[in-house]
Every structure is written in C-alpha cells, then in structure tokens.
Ligand binder design. Structure first.
Ligand SMILES: C[S@@+](CC[C@H](N)C(=O)[O-])C[C@H]1O[C@@H](n2cnc3c(N)ncnc32)[C@H](O)[C@@H]1O
Length: 446
C-alpha cells in the first residue's frame, strides 16, 4: 500500500497531468501547452464525469483541471495565492488545494458556492459513512411534509389544475423527506455534502432538462415521469461517486482556501493577500443567465425562497444578460473596438431581440473592468492574470471580447497584455445561427 502523499500525487498525475513533476522537482519553467494538439481545448470541461471532484456536479462551463495547472505552471514558480473571481464549480479552488496552494474564490450563486465548499471541506469517509447510515435509517420514517416545498413556483409540483409540472407529486414528497433528513444533519460540512449530492441529481429526477437555452420538458415526459425510486437510486449513485473522491483525497494537504459567496465586482475588495495568479472565466456576454440555468437546484434546495430572492440574485450577477432591467453604464477606460461595437449595435437596435442589448454589452465591459481593477490591485509584481473569454454576436455584429479587454487593460496600465485564440465555439440559436465564435485566453502582467 502506498503512503497517502504518494497516493495523492499518483491521483494528481492521473487527473492533473503535468503539474506534480515540475512542482516537486523545483526545475525551471515547464513547457505547458495551453492549446491541445488534438481533442478539446483545455479551457473546457472534458471528461468531467471521469475526473475527481468535477464529477460532483455536472457543470459544463468549467475549466478542465489541466487548464488551471497549466496556468499555475506557466508562472515558473510556486505561487502562494491563487484568486478566481468566478468560481463556478470550483476548478481553480480544488486544484490549488490539491497542490497545497492558498486560494480565494468568489461565486455569486449560493448553490455553486456550496458545491465549491463541499469539495474543499475537511470531510472524512468515516464521518460520511456514519451519516449515511443514520440518513438511511431515518429517511423512510420521515413524514413527507410538502409544506417544506411551499415556496416553490406553481409550475414545480404536479397538481390537478395544471397541465405541466417539473416534479410528479410522489417525487416532490420524497424530496421533502430528503430535505428534512438533510436539515437534521448536525455537522455543517456533512450537511452541505448531502445537499450538494441532492442538487447534483435533482434535475435528472424531474420532467425537465436544462441547457444553455434554458429549461425544456423532456420528449414524451408525461409517459416517462421519474419516480421516488429513481431519486433514491440516483442519490445513492452520486453519493458513492463523491464519497470515492473524499476517501481518495482524505489525506491531502490543507492549504487555506477561502470561498466568498458574493458578487466579485464588490467582494474582491475584501481580499487582501496579494495574488500570484488571478485565473478566471467570466460569464460570456451571450445573454445566458446562470441563475436560470441552475434555477431548479436553487429553488428546491431552498437557496431562493421567493421571486424577490431570484431578482436579488440576478442583480448580483454580471451584466451579461438582459433578464432584468438594470442601470447600464459603460467602462471608464477607452476601447476603440468597444466604441465601434456599441455604435454598430446601437444602429441596429430595432432589429435586436431586445433593444437594451447594446447597453448591456457596454455594462458587461464595465463589470469586467471593475474585476480588472481589483486584479491589478491584487497582482504581485511577478504574477499574472489569465482569463478565458468568449465572443458573442448580435445581429451581424461580432463582440470580440479578448480584443476589447486587451485594449481596456492597456489603458489601465497593465504592462504586458497578450491574447490568443484557443478554440472556436458553436454559437447559440439565440445568437443567430450556426457560425463559430472564438474563445480566447487573455493574459496580463503588471
Ligand atoms: C464560466 S463560469 C466559471 C466556471 C469555473 N471556471 C469552473 O471551472 O467551474 C462563470 C461563473 O460566474 C458566476 N458569476 C456570475 N456573475 C458573478 C458575479 N457577479 N460574481 C461572482 N460570480 C459570478 C456564475 O454563477 C458562474 O458560476
């Protein structure tokens, strides 16, 4: 039997390709490819189902762990602090922890913030096994108290006066039992782990599926509705999968990793420790609102309890969508490319599916400028920022996000600014069709 540090390194080698070799040997800057010679780009979630921690929750918009290790490796020295202002599923946070580096991550969505915290928390297999035994013993004797779900919007639970519902009544009753039993778990880390496991299966056990375009009913959903037994099965399987990673990485080193559940435009001000690497992928200005994409989890798990909560959360998200009306001011610094885009969009305002899109695009860059201001404050002189950004297109106007950010960063006084394209993404139907849009890495140094 290998000793725990070896086991940890071995698993890192499996999942985090190149990092451990250079990390331990203390040799100079490694050759780290950011663009793959074949296959999918490192910036995207690849084989998430087969990757430790990524398999805790399907988060399509995640980096691959190799992207984070490559970004760390490209510094050429061992960083002491990594910051990610858009945490998502926590790829940079967990990768940093596995490499024993301090990290701070900000995520606005409280469910996703819990996904990240669950991955980082000091859980042990022993604690989880004993909690699972208690949970199972309690579950079926727990009354199905549907009042626990009384806050849900009308479309969520089957009833006679509706022609569509997300959950059959029997599944809603079982969900209520799960929620009661989860609430009864005393240990906060264990309770969060169970909640995240339930969050990972709740959409699979419903009549809907969710993709970048929002929520859709499954084909022939009335004939194939989920059952409480399906929920039990999926919960059990997901529990085992996540449990396996807890067990496998139980003895990992514990660096200081802080998760801030908040709006990075303001929350980054709380961070004081200088950063060697600020690495992130913000939402793209493509009108998707992550609050919609993860709406079922947010409501069912009780992170939002009313329409007002939903609006509050949306107000804290980056202005990359027009789901709610907000003040839309542009960035303070100049960018010629942005000015040209905003002119072109404004002249086509009548043909856009929402007339406020030009203003939203301007405000999107103000939001990123705010994040860059904090990045500039935090970056150590030897450090760098690495951002993965994607273009968008409205009418026939292409928004070249990397070029605009590079112009803003230069006028903010960043010393070195480079951009490189890493892949072409297929555009969404909402954005007008089947053309390709670039995804790029923008790299900045003081
Ligand atoms: C592209 S995802 C990041 C994925 C992440 N790199 C990963 O590997 O999982 C963007 C994230 O930004 C979050 N977000 C949106 N607006 C935010 C804000 N104002 N502050 C912090 N996070 C925000 C979204 O909820 C989403 O999880």
């Amino acid at each position: 039997m290998r000793n725990p540090p070896e086991r940890y390194l071995q698993t890192l080698r499996e999942h985090f390709a190149q990092a451990p070799q250079w990390f331990n040997s203390g040799t100079g800057k490694p050759e780290v490819p950011m663009t793959p010679t074949s296959g999918a780009a490192l910036t995207t979630y690849q084989d998430g189902k087969g990757t430790a921690f990524q398999r805790w929750f399907h988060f399509k918009e995640a980096f691959s762990p190799e992207f984070v290790t490559a970004a760390i490796a490209s510094l050429g020295y061992r960083p002491t602090h990594v910051v990610d202002p858009f945490g998502g599923s926590g790829t940079s946070a967990i990768t940093s922890q596995l490499l024993s580096i301090n990290a701070t991550t900000v995520e606005v969505n409280p469910f996703l913030a819990d996904v990240i915290k669950a991955k980082l928390s000091p859980l042990t297999a022993e604690k989880l096994l004993s909690a699972a035994a208690d949970f199972q013993a309690r579950l079926h004797d727990t009354p199905a108290d549907l009042s626990r779900l009384a806050h849900l919007p009308a479309t969520f639970i089957e009833s006679k006066d509706k022609d569509r519902w997300i959950f059959p009544r029997a599944v809603a009753r079982r969900l209520a039992q799960y929620l009661t039993c989860i609430e009864a778990i005393e240990d906060v880390d264990v309770r969060r782990f169970f909640r995240v496991v339930l969050g990972a299966v709740v959409v699979d056990c419903s009549n809907v599926y969710v993709n970048g375009k929002g929520r859709r009913y499954r084909g022939a959903w009335r004939l194939n509705q989920p059952t409480p037994e399906k929920l039990d099965l999926h919960f059990g399987q997901q529990f085992n999968t996540s449990f396996e990673d807890v067990l496998r990485f139980e003895n990992r080193p514990r660096s200081q990793v802080t998760v801030i559940n908040g709006d990075s435009r303001t929350a980054l001000q709380q961070v004081q420790e200088p950063a060697d690497l600020v690495v992130f992928s913000p939402p793209y200005p493509n009108s998707f609102d992550y609050t919609d994409i993860y709406n079922v989890e947010l409501w069912v798990l009780g992170y939002i309890g009313s329409a007002a909560d939903n609006t509050t959360l949306r107000n804290q998200t980056l202005r990359s969508h027009v789901q709610i009306r907000r003040a839309y001011e542009g960035p303070k610094r100049k960018s010629k490319s942005l000015a040209a885009v905003l002119d072109a969009l404004s002249s086509r305002r009548d043909t856009l599916w929402d007339p406020t899109i030009p203003d939203m695009v301007g405000a999107y860059f103000r939001d990123l400028e705010m994040v860059l201001e904090q990045t500039q404050r935090l970056l150590a002189t030897t450090g760098r920022a690495m951002m993965v950004v994607g273009d968008s297109r409205y009418a026939d106007v292409r928004i070249e996000v990397a070029s605009i950010l590079a112009e803003l960063a230069k006028s903010m006084g960043f010393g070195r600014v480079t951009t490189r394209e890493v892949r072409q993404m297929r555009s969404s139907a909402q954005q007008g069709g089947s053309f390709q849009l670039a995804e790029s890495i923008v790299e900045l140094a003081i």
